[in-house]
Design a protein around this ligand. Structure first.
Ligand code: SAH
Length: 251
């Protein structure tokens, strides 16, 4: 007998992901395997498999399943790839990526969410993911270059630091546009040149930070923005998250 979550998940893959054109068997299998309900609060267990984003606290959301799939399908992670995700949130997208790639680095600016992501990722046995607290708009130069870079939050323009950390043959997907609405953009580095394609309209929470939006206004952070309290990125990167600091309850 399969449990109800497994049945909900199979239906999610069939009706929301495969029916909309994602056909790569490795990607479909990853979505069938990762228990999405373990990345949301217990009270959202059933909704975890619904065709929409869900709140994960701190004004942030876990993306709609199809949007996670469309983004991952656009960059096609391969077995040996090193991946950078900006915006760990619940950790769900990182868990899917962990099934498809060699190593996943994911940066999250809100420490409580990063702590929750670490806990959820541990609970599903994703050992090849590292969660780092900091402003991901600078990327993570220490582990660059990356074969795949994913922005899980919207930007007006893709930060130059992230483009610089994209490997030859690498793919970067990001929601680019206004604070409320964006288009999923795909960048490929081929023979040193960056090629850009626009895929589908989308709605993501804003990327907040030096290379993104200001936290409280609708303006883009500029050179007059105050330096982040986290300090320089090299310090932030050293501060890994630990499960014992978690306050969020996960099933
Ligand atoms: N991939 C996530 C979706 C998270 S929503 C999931 O599967 O659940 C986007 C996340 O980006 C939020 O958690 C938000 O806090 C984070 N974020 C916004 N700006 C950021 C920045 N500059 N650096 C790192 N994370 C950022």
């Amino acid at each position: 007998m399969r449990d109800r979550e497994t049945r909900w998940r199979r239906r999610m893959v069939r009706t929301q992901i495969r029916a909309r054109g994602v056909s790569d068997p490795r990607i479909l299998e990853a979505f069938e395997d990762v228990p999405r309900h373990l990345f949301v609060e217990e009270r959202f267990r059933r909704e975890a498999y619904a065709d929409n984003p869900l709140p994960i606290g701190h004004g942030q959301t876990i993306s709609q399943p199809y949007m996670v799939a469309a983004m991952i399908d656009s960059v096609r992670p391969e077995d040996g790839d090193v991946v950078l995700e900006v915006g760990a949130g619940s950790g769900y997208q990182a868990a899917i990526l962990a099934r498809l790639a060699l190593k996943v680095y994911t940066v999250e600016r809100i420490r409580a969410l990063a702590d929750g992501a670490v806990k959820a990722l541990r609970s599903v046995g994703a050992a090849n993911v590292e969660v780092i607290v900091g402003d991901g708009s600078h990327g993570l130069p220490g582990y660059a270059p990356y074969d795949v870079i994913l922005l899980a939050a919207g930007v007006r323009e893709i930060p130059a630091a992230l483009l610089a950390q994209l490997a030859e043959g690498g793919r970067l997907a990001a929601p680019v546009g206004g604070r409320q609405h964006q288009v999923l953009a795909l960048i490929r580095r081929t023979e040193g040149k960056l090629e850009r394609e626009e895929l589908t309209p989308c709605v993501f929470v804003p990327l907040i930070g030096d290379g993104g939006w200001d936290e409280h206004s609708s303006t883009v952070s500029g050179s007059d923005a105050r330096p982040s309290e986290e300090g320089p990125l090299s310090v932030t990167v050293q501060r890994k998250t630990h499960v014992d600091k978690d306050r969020t309850a996960y099933p």
